[in-house]
Design a protein around this ligand. Structure first.
Ligand code: RIB
Length: 320
């Protein structure tokens, strides 16, 4: 059997410390929370686990600290079936941590301290050539150093997805130009382009600007409004509609569920239109927001209700 990977992630592993609160606190305010949980997070590992749960063969290039969290996290990733040969437990570094508040309406706020994730170097990417050379899809984010990410995107021969999160306003242009698909949410799109992005049409303007800045294909996710996408080779911009959910419980990591699922569907359906892959990824993200937590809210393929062969349903999208 071929050892090639469907999805390789170059990115972050972070322990999540999650407080559930009635509402997000104001500046200077102390609130009583109602519940506390730890979870396995980090945008890179979340995206990797989302793809693995759907059935992708996955590997991650990343760093953990040599502390109790690092060892626990390593075992958790192994139990998800992720290839860990390029995950290093780094002496003298703490495992990355995130402090997360989740409000009753599903909104969240997150602060990360990247710790060992900051040690991911260009050489780590170069030493992973055997994983990357025949992988189908590469995913990168911005919780690990940009130089290593640029090296991965520059050298990867397959489809690469750059999820520019958390956003930076002075993003290196190589991150825009070297990827196949540049994917951000509305807040990230606003920060990178300097434009207001509150409506679907404002998102379209931001998408056009990102294309002018050098991106090949751009996806902007819009939460409960679905996603829009467009590419350099066509003037068409499509709005892929969301899957409605009855009750949003926790949106933390829903964007990562979308990205991991998108990578999975692109890897497994190489001839399918991107519209179908985005619609299917929307479905996966909509399932994740109905449960608490990040990785633990991600579905297995059988739980998605999606057909094995992705179908293009005209009702799922419109040109804008
Ligand atoms: O996108 C959600 C993730 O952001 C959390 O799991 C947290 O670790 C931060 O990386």
């Amino acid at each position: 059997m071929s050892k090639s990977y469907d999805v390789v992630v170059c990115g972050s592993c972070i322990m999540d410390f999650i407080s559930y609160v009635p509402r997000l606190p104001k500046v200077g305010e102390t609130l009583h929370g109602t519940r506390f949980e730890t979870g396995f997070g980090g945008k890179g590992a979340n995206q990797c686990v989302a793809a693995a749960r759907l059935g992708s063969r996955t590997a991650i290039i990343g760093k953990l600290g040599n502390d109790s969290w690092g060892n626990i996290y390593y075992d958790a990733l192994r139990s998800e079936g992720v290839n860990l040969e390029r995950v290093e437990i780094v002496d003298g570094q703490t495992t990355g941590i995130a402090q997360i508040n989740v409000a009753d309406n599903g909104d969240n706020q997150i602060v990360i301290v990247a710790g060992a994730n900051n040690m991911l170097q260009t050489e780590d990417v170069q030493k992973s050539e055997h994983l990357l050379s025949d992988a189908k899809v590469l995913i990168c984010q911005l919780e690990t150093p940009a130089l290593a990410t640029i090296e991965a995107l520059r050298t990867f021969p397959g489809v690469s997805i750059m999820n520019a999160a958390p956003a930076m306003d002075d993003i290196p242009h190589e991150l825009l130009r070297y990827c196949t698909v540049f994917c951000v949410n509305e807040l990230e799109a606003a920060l990178i382009t300097g434009l207001e992005v509150r409506t679907v049409m404002q998102a379209k303007n931001a998408l056009l600007k990102l294309r002018d800045m050098g991106c090949q294909t751009v996806i902007i996710t819009l939460g409960e409004n679905g996603a829009i996408f467009g590419s350099k080779i066509s003037t068409t911009i499509k709005h892929v509609k969301p899957h409605k959910v009855d009750k949003v419980v926790d949106t933390t990591g829903a964007g990562d569920a979308f990205i991991g699922a998108l990578a999975h569907f692109i890897a497994r359906n190489p001839t399918s239109d991107l519209t179908c892959c985005i619609a299917a990824a929307n479905r996966v993200a909509s399932i994740s927001v109905q449960k608490r937590g990040t990785q633990k809210s991600y579905p297995r393929f059988e739980e998605t209700g999606l057909p094995t062969e992705l179908l293009s349903d005209q009702g799922d999208w419109e040109c804008i």
